[in-house]
Design a protein around this ligand. Structure first.
Ligand SMILES: [Fe+2]
Length: 144
């Protein structure tokens, strides 16, 4: 599948470039086709998967939105939790349902490389993308 990356905020779109970036709202011209972002990251850091591949846990019972049919998507970056330091940290975690972007968690060194998306029902395929300021893009795909 074709991959397009926003030059301004790093957001990734699958399939085609959007008219405007859903994260930073710049127009389509700011997207560059970069189909190999995930394989390039793995080539540069063959051992990097343990600290970068998102570990996804799906919880059908939401403890926060008890009255909704919410599915919690818990994400931890790396089986070995990725560091969050000024010089080396995870910048964001993006969530996609059926290859459509739904939400971003922006991170800073004051928090851990983890987060939760409270997703609405109906999706079949989940994709989680994270971006490390030193080691690039990593992803995990799974069924709901
Ligand atoms: Fe990293």
């Amino acid at each position: 599948m074709s991959i397009f990356v926003c030059k301004v905020c790093g957001h990734v779109e699958f399939g085609s470039a959007p008219d405007t970036c859903p994260v930073c709202h710049v127009p389509k011209e700011n997207f560059q086709q970069k189909d190999n972002i995930f394989s390039e990251a793995l080539e540069k850091s063959p051992e990097g998967g343990a600290k970068h591949a998102p570990v996804v846990t799906i919880k059908k019972e939401c403890k926060l939105l008890e009255d909704e049919a919410c599915t919690d998507v818990h994400v931890k970056v790396g089986k070995i939790t990725h560091p969050m330091e000024d010089a080396h940290s995870i910048v964001f975690i993006d969530c996609y349902i059926d290859d459509k972007y739904v939400a971003r968690i922006s991170l800073r060194p004051g928090v851990y490389a983890a987060g939760c998306f409270h997703t609405k029902p109906g999706g079949k395929k989940l994709r989680v993308v994270e971006f490390c300021n030193l080691h690039g893009y990593w992803q995990t795909e799974t069924d709901f």
